[in-house]
Design a protein around this ligand. Structure first.
Ligand SMILES: Nc1ncnc2c1ncn2[C@@H]1O[C@H](COP(=O)(O)OP(=O)(O)O)[C@@H](O)[C@H]1O
Ligand SMILES: [Mg+2]
Length: 286
């Protein structure tokens, strides 16, 4: 990302090219100047990496890249827009409400009342655009809710609040373009209260269960919903779709990730490995 930030490309035709990009990325190394970039695999997460901005830069440079385009990336990044699209596609999800910073500054009391009336406790408060569980809180009281709103509004002017779902966290990989295919399902079993930042990146003792134990009917439902979600955001290449499976067997979609974690130990590649596609072959396909 720091390389990209340093780019000072002029918007006059000829300098807007892969060769110019090479020149900027490898200053002083003239051997690289005319080496065209075949394809960029933007293995970047969160704002500026997964939200359509770098995808837009690559479009302008006319450089092919792996994965979701500008629209799918930005729609998948914004939890409010994503949830509206899922609702439109008829996908079941947790009840939610969206709030703008100006709602909060006008009347925090009204925002809290609306949450209590429509969603109740526990609820989850999330900045609309972020990821990695940053700025997300689980709230069990008015006091916690107020703190959670304050925190989330530090990250974004839009915040989404959801009813707390009690259930297993099930994830599935989607791969392809016009005829996307699904992987097996996996389960995340965090040892913390929820899958927060610490559990994701610091403790590292969250169990990934692959394949997850689900019935054939549940698998059919999850894979069908994952493909619908992929199409709802106009996805291409890949997404990892994340679900809750409630105790009474209900399947709710939580989110799609347009550039899922991609280390050899991450859920997405492991799901495809289990489905018979090795890491290198997965990259080759993408
Ligand atoms: N409505 C909810 N009910 C129960 N747990 C939730 C809910 N929303 C989020 N969580 C928990 O918080 C984690 C992070 O939320 P998520 O929406 O996936 O954000 P991120 O985009 O940062 O991954 C989830 O993996 C889950 O453990
Ligand atoms: Mg998540």
């Amino acid at each position: 990302v720091s390389n990209v930030k340093m780019l000072q490309l002029e918007q006059n035709g000829s300098s807007f090219s892969p060769a110019a990009l090479n020149k900027e990325m490898f200053p002083g190394d003239s051997s690289k100047e005319n080496e065209a970039i075949d394809v960029v695999f933007p293995l970047l997460h969160g704002p500026n990496g997964e939200d359509g901005t770098i995808q837009g830069l690559l479009e302008l440079l006319n450089i092919p890249y792996v994965g979701n385009g500008v629209l799918a990336s930005s729609a998948g990044m914004d939890k409010v827009v994503m949830k509206h699209l899922f609702a439109q596609a008829g996908l079941s999800q947790a009840k939610y409400a969206a709030f703008h910073k100006k709602d909060w500054s006008r009347s925090s009391e009204e925002c809290c009342e609306q949450v209590e009336k429509e969603l109740g406790y526990p609820c989850f408060v999330k900045p609309a655009n972020l990821g990695s569980s940053v700025g997300i809180s689980k709230c069990r009281s008015r006091e916690e809710l107020e703190k959670a709103f304050e925190l989330a509004f530090q990250y974004d002017r839009k915040v989404v609040v959801e009813e707390g779902v009690i259930g297993r966290e099930i994830e599935i990989g989607v791969l392809g373009n016009d005829e996307p295919k699904c992987s097996v399902v996996g389960e995340i079993a965090p040892k913390t209260d929820f899958y927060d930042y610490k559990a994701k990146y610091e403790d590292g003792d969250t169990d990934l269960i692959i394949p997850a134990e689900v019935t054939d009917d549940q698998y059919a439902k999850i894979s069908d919903m994952a493909i619908k979600a992929f199409k709802a955001i106009d996805g291409s290449g890949l997404v990892r779709a994340d679900f809750f499976l409630t105790a009474d067997g209900e399947v709710l979609i939580n989110e799609v990730n347009t550039m899922p974690g991609f280390t050899p130990f991450s859920m997405f590649p492991l799901l495809w490995k289990e489905a018979g596609i090795e890491y290198a072959d997965l990259i080759e396909q993408l």
